[in-house]
Write a protein that binds this ligand. Structure first.
Ligand SMILES: NC(=O)c1ccc[n+]([C@@H]2O[C@H](COP(=O)([O-])OP(=O)(O)OC[C@H]3O[C@@H](n4cnc5c(N)ncnc54)[C@H](O)[C@@H]3O)[C@@H](O)[C@H]2O)c1
Length: 324
């Protein structure tokens, strides 16, 4: 059997950059697709020689013909679809949000359909935003009652994926992370804990705009879960919770202060939790895909802070995202 060729959409984004890093580390063939030609997040975590091993194609996910052409010309066999707009953008511009997040996902499934069976499976980013406010741990079946357009779009994608399996036999896995953190996270509602780590490194005060418990997932684990989902021999259209560690924002701040004692008192947070569940039950994904890698907050925060500190010492740490 020939080697799989992965298309990673949104690969110049935060999670995408880590997916590319992990795929290249296992010598996989990778085609990067992004509207933005700027590889700065890749450069935060990889050197130029590594990055050059991936092919880059610039394009807009809302342009279905281009997406299908790329899948055809590059002989793509597996797709990891991460291109999308986050909560704040979808709130301000729901029409654009629907074009990118919903139609863009339809375009990926159409490209798979047009490939005549060469695309074996799609892993795509859904989100914990498919849940409404909830105080406990939620299972997949409790999705619904979304309180953002973004969440409604993600839920719509899960339903469309199910129909593409029923009508066209396309296998897919949607993953639902909540608060993903790590180097490269600089936008979106749940980016504040990562920004707080960066602020602590440069000795600046920072206010996290939510509190209480949330489901924290280290980006390397998130990337590995997407790769597993895009490669596993699993039939059907699945949508799985993506669990990390359920932890209080206060404990994240404590961890930062432990790693950088001079940051004590610099990081503050709102007491109100986000209107999302604090914990995602992950028994279904473990049953389907086996044990998913799990990095503790202590280790994930340490790696993130060390990398930020190194970038800072090299004069390469962009802090413009800290200006809220
Ligand atoms: N980061 C999280 O905590 C989190 C949690 C749940 C779900 N998700 C989902 O995971 C995916 C990746 O998230 P992220 O944090 O890496 O986001 P990100 O904003 O860092 O990256 C998104 C990428 O998509 C690209 N993109 C946007 N519009 C495009 C278009 N029209 N055509 C082509 N590319 C386009 C952007 O240029 C960017 O590189 C998204 O779908 C997001 O909704 C993220």
């Amino acid at each position: 059997m020939s080697q799989p060729i992965y298309l990673v959409t949104g690969a110049h984004g935060f999670i995408g950059a880590w997916v590319v890093k992990r795929l290249l580390a296992s010598n996989s063939k990778v085609v990067i697709f992004d509207k933005s030609p700027d590889p700065h997040r890749l450069r935060l975590i990889m050197d130029d020689d590594e990055i050059e091993r991936a092919a880059f194609v610039a394009g807009d996910i809302t342009d279905g013909e281009t997406v299908s052409q790329i899948v055809e010309q590059r002989e793509i066999t597996n797709i990891i679809h991460l291109a999308g707009l986050q909560v704040p953008t979808c709130r301000v511009n729901p029409r654009l949000g629907a074009m990118v997040n919903v139609i863009g996902t339809i375009n990926i499934f159409e490209a798979a359909k047009n490939s005549g069976g060469r695309v074996k499976r799609i892993a795509y980013a859904s989100s914990a935003a498919v849940f409404g406010k909830n105080d406990g741990a939620v299972t997949e079946a409790q999705a619904g009652g979304m309180n953002t357009h973004y969440g409604a779009f993600k839920r719509c994608n899960e339903d469309n994926a199910r129909v593409y399996f029923l009508d066209n036999g396309i296998n897919s896995v949607g993953l639902r992370p909540l608060t993903v953190y790590g180097v490269g996270r600089d936008t979106g509602m749940t980016s504040d804990p990562t920004k707080a780590m960066k602020a602590a490194v440069v000795g600046r005060p920072f206010h996290i705009r939510f509190g209480g418990k949330t489901d924290f997932l280290y980006v390397a684990d998130c990337a590995d879960a997407f790769i597993r989902a895009a490669s596993a021999d699993l039939e059907g259209a699945h949508a799985f919770n993506s669990h990390g560690e359920t932890i209080d924002v206060a404990a994240v701040v404590e961890e930062i202060e432990k790693l950088i004692p001079s940051a004590k008192g610099l990081i503050t947070f709102d007491p109100a939790p986000m209107a999302l569940p604090p914990a995602l039950d992950d028994s279904a994904i473990i049953r389907a895909l086996g044990d998913i890698p799990h990095t503790s907050l202590a280790q994930g925060a340490k790696e993130t802070i060390e990398r930020f500190a190194r970038l800072h010492s090299e004069g390469r740490l962009d802090t413009s995202d800290l200006d809220q």
